[in-house]
Design a protein around this ligand. Structure first.
Ligand code: BDR
Ligand code: CA
Length: 312
């Protein structure tokens, strides 16, 4: 049976691919809604981009909600230098015609988790954790009702991509991340250690370009756009396709490998705020709180992505 999920997102080209992968996989995941947060670009753009992606997938019926427009305690940091000024630069898509829902994303999260059977809804945050932490603060009764959280964020071996110590999603709102990591909810964490293996090599991008229909070429144009930045930065043969790894883990967890360990969020460090302090080597007696992934079968991941996107 398909797992019920809510995608919490800040699209972002890689967020867009994650949304497409989920919408292409109704046998595995049922998307109850998409909640948007400020992150890669400000909230009005993430809420617009999410709807453009749903329309591209032929799914204007998906409920899209706007949530928090800034982190809990800090000014917003954005990433136009990676994603372009719209957040979804690469291909010109029409302005969305489907409506943004009236309700705030946090209200939708709370109401859905209260309505659905306890443990039946998985949250998939692929942006800063502001909406999720706000929902937990406002309605603590929902916390034990969350089935699992599968999030893209953090890094241990790869350390940071926005500061020397921190990955972008955690860096933008470390206080929110600290709340989520301390919540007691079962967490699966997809860090840079994994996503830096999901590289958009030329061959993989060309395979997307060659797909019939609109979806493959759109994915190729997005990856072409943001890989310019990442290739220059890392000297790698492509850019990491971060966010779809979360959905891929839900569909085919055997593609990934990790450890159940303790992960704490640094909120105070002068140079290290937003760091995910992962006890990979189990050198403390702090209780494990997260399945922290480290490895993936990148060819298997791209084969899954290709196969699924071809179904849209
Ligand atoms: C994360 O930051 C964003 O720029 C991407 O969409 C991804 O969620 C990678 O650090
Ligand atoms: Ca994202």
């Amino acid at each position: 049976m398909a797992q019920k999920i809510i995608i919490d997102t800040d699209p972002g080209q890689d967020d867009a691919v994650a949304i497409l992968l989920a919408l292409a996989s109704p046998d595995a995941v049922e998307v109850l809604g998409i909640t948007c947060v400020a992150g890669n670009v400000p909230l009005p753009l993430t809420a617009r981009n999410a709807r453009m992606v749903c329309e591209l997938a032929g799914r204007p019926d998906i409920a899209v909600f706007a949530g928090c427009d800034r982190p809990l305690q800090r000014p917003l940091v954005t990433a136009e230098h990676v994603h372009g000024k719209t957040g979804l630069d690469g291909i010109d898509l029409p302005e969305p015609r489907m409506p943004l829902q009236d309700r705030h994303a946090v209200d939708f999260l709370i109401e859905t988790l209260r309505r659905e059977p306890a443990g039946s809804v998985t949250l998939v945050p692929i942006g800063p954790l502001t909406n999720i932490a706000t929902a937990m603060e406002r309605a603590p009764d929902i916390v034990p009702r969350i089935g699992r959280i599968v999030l893209m964020g953090g890094a241990y071996f790869e350390v940071g991509n926005i500061t020397p110590a921190a990955e972008f999603n955690i860096h933008v709102d470390p206080e929110a991340a600290a709340r989520v990591f301390a919540s007691g909810v079962e967490l699966t964490v997809v860090p840079l250690d994994v996503t830096h293996k999901a590289l958009t090599t030329r061959q993989r991008v060309e395979a997307f370009s060659a797909m019939p229909g609109k979806i493959g070429p759109a994915v190729a144009s997005w990856t072409d756009f943001f890989e310019r930045f990442d290739k220059q930065k890392y000297g790698s043969e492509g850019a990491p396709l971060h966010d779809p790894c979360t959905i891929a883990w839900l569909i085919e967890p055997g593609l990934f490998d990790g450890r159940f360990i303790n992960v704490e969020i640094e909120t105070e460090g002068r140079f290290t705020a937003g760091m995910t302090v992962a006890d990979w080597w189990r050198v403390t007696d702090r209780a494990p709180n997260a399945t922290f992934l480290r490895d993936m079968d990148a060819d298997g991941f791209f084969a899954l992505l290709h196969d699924r996107l071809a179904r849209l």
